[in-house]
Design a protein around this ligand. Structure first.
Ligand code: HEC
Length: 161
């Protein structure tokens, strides 16, 4: 075999490996974002206004000084837009936090000494309605934050969440 042929073979097989990896990444990525992407952001916007805006702000801006707990030890509601930390969390955690509420989630995570101000919505919103709201919240994130959040969702899923 001449050098020319074997080099071409190396380049060609390298190309196929890269193509295969790209396909796997795309497939996994679609799976990860599936639920929130199936959510309807238009319906989510209405549900957000009715259920979340009173604390998290009509424009997802959160409450003033949201990093400092009040005298009762309760944190103000954080923003859900890119200035907050919602996009630091994967879909599973965001869904659970909304459905179960802060007190239950902090208990599960072993956090003590914090009084949560975040109510649970298990009794008032269906699972689909929660995904609709999360889909709406995601529309406020730029491309970069959306991608990072999608990676976080994947990482959570690999840990079995
Ligand atoms: C009564 C005020 C209040 C309402 C109403 C409320 N939240 Fe919250 N939320 C909070 C507070 C305060 C926190 C901060 C964390 C804590 O105290 O547990 C929080 C935290 C969160 C978090 C975790 C932090 C983050 O940004 O990732 C999510 C997710 C969340 N809220 C989603 C929602 C959604 C969705 C709705 C509407 C269905 C909603 N919240 C309605 C007060 C509220």
């Amino acid at each position: 075999m001449s050098i020319g042929v074997s080099m071409r073979w190396v380049t060609l097989s390298g190309f196929f490996v890269l193509a295969a990896i790209a396909v796997v990444i795309v497939v996994i990525g679609q799976g990860a974002d599936r639920k929130a992407d199936l959510g309807d952001p238009a319906r989510g916007a209405v549900l957000y206004a009715e259920n979340c805006a009173s604390c998290h702000g009509a424009n997802l801006e959160g409450q003033p000084d949201w990093r400092s707990p009040g005298e009762d030890g309760v944190l103000p509601a954080p923003p859900h837009d890119r200035t907050g930390h919602t996009w630091h969390h994967g879909d599973g955690l965001l869904f659970d936090y909304t459905k179960l509420g802060g007190a239950e989630m902090l208990k599960r995570m072993g956090v003590t000494g914090v009084n949560s101000g975040m109510p649970g919505f298990a009794d008032s919103l269906s699972d689909q309605e929660i995904w609709d709201i999360l889909a709406f919240i995601k529309t406020s994130w730029p491309e970069r934050e959306r991608e990072l959040q999608q990676q976080r969702t994947l990482a959570e899923q690999m840990k079995g969440n």
